[in-house]
Design a protein around this ligand. Structure first.
Ligand SMILES: [Fe+2]
Length: 342
């Protein structure tokens, strides 16, 4: 990853505030430069590139948000700008957003929320570039998911990457074309990314089943993900697979209740694998499934929830790799610092 994509300029006239926030951002992998005034910020922008500028709006009682924003546009047009603002300055922040700032965070700023917002906005900015190669997109999407959705819900650590690997094996067996397989892999990494845009992230870590209303909210995530990733033409097909990952062969899925071959072959593979990985993952309210129960489930859903051709291929893979694949979520959770049974 380009080291400049980690460079953040933090601007505030309260040294203790930015030193504290800066330390948290450094701990999360950012390379932080501090500036105590708009003049110092402009000097830094002239001297070096930054992926993001995080700035206060009011300095010594003067609204300088627009000035810093204008300097960013002139000197570092690809840098994203996030504003930190107290209540009286919200209007200035809203105006600055009309001028191109991407978001604002209320003061006092929660450093962890700021870090997550930075990861998301920097990656989204990079995704828009039309010069990215497949491997760049793998890196960007993996980082985006690891630092947003998998951070909010640690139970899902590694879910995107595992889903990617299993999808690739099935797709190769079923003879999908190489470009389609690459797009399916990208969709597998990012299929649940839309969850980060749900109104209430508490649903994601709720202990126990969701209420009907919460479930309706969560059902928005395939379309939200497709919409938020959809600014790059190369990702158009990827977004289609993301949008399809909860559709079902018999038309009982969501959001569009697509049926059979209305769902793309890549989307049908993603549907099967995504469910498998969820069944094999321990949650606070359920143990991971064992292999015989898992195989019985997929057999029973062949031609119902899932495409029979995909299920056939998947079952023959489970006969060989099933035990190993079912153990992987627990291994990834340990690697992420969670105990295997928590
Ligand atoms: Fe999902």
């Amino acid at each position: 990853m380009d080291p400049d994509s980690r460079r953040v300029l933090l601007v505030d006239d309260e040294p203790r505030v930015i030193e504290m926030i800066g330390a948290v951002l450094e701990a999360q992998g950012f390379d932080v430069t501090l500036a105590g005034s708009p003049v110092a910020a402009v000097r830094e922008l002239q001297a070096s590139p930054f992926a993001a500028v995080v700035t206060d709006v009011v300095f010594d009682g003067v609204d300088a948000g627009q000035k810093i924003l204008a300097a960013c546009h002139d000197l570092r047009p690809t840098a994203i700008v996030l504003l930190m603002t107290g209540y009286p300055a919200i209007e200035g922040a809203v105006q600055a957003m009309r001028g191109g700032a991407v978001d604002y965070l209320p003061k006092p700023v929660d450093s962890v929320v700021l870090a997550a917002t930075l990861h998301r906005t920097i990656r989204q900015q990079q995704i828009r570039s039309d010069t990215l190669e497949y491997t760049d997109l793998v890196d960007i999407l993996s980082d985006l998911v690891a630092n947003t959705i998998e951070r909010v819900d640690p139970y899902t650590a590694g879910h995107g990457e595992r889903t990617r690997r299993y999808c690739r094996v099935i797709a190769e067996r079923l003879g999908l074309a190489r470009p389609t397989i690459e797009r399916l892999e990208l969709a597998a990494i990012a299929h649940d990314y839309g969850k980060i845009y749900l109104d209430d992230l508490g649903f994601l870590t709720k202990k126990g089943p969701l209420t009907a209303g919460e479930y309706r909210q969560v059902q928005k995530h395939p379309e939200l993900g497709a919409e938020m990733l959809g600014r790059n033409p190369y990702l158009r097909e990827v977004c289609r697979y993301v949008a399809e990952h909860h559709e079902r062969w018999d038309g009982t899925g969501y959001p569009l209740r697509l049926e059979g071959e209305e769902i793309t072959p890549a989307g049908r593979i993603l549907c099967v694998v995504e469910v498998f990985d969820s069944l094999s993952t321990r949650r606070s309210y359920k143990d991971p499934w064992e292999l015989p129960k898992t195989m019985d489930f997929f057999e029973s859903q062949s031609g119902r929830a899932f495409d029979p051709a995909v299920v056939d291929s998947f079952l023959s893979l489970l006969e060989v790799h099933g035990e190993e694949w079912l153990a992987e979520p627990q291994r990834d959770r340990q690697a992420a610092g969670l105990t295997p049974t928590s």
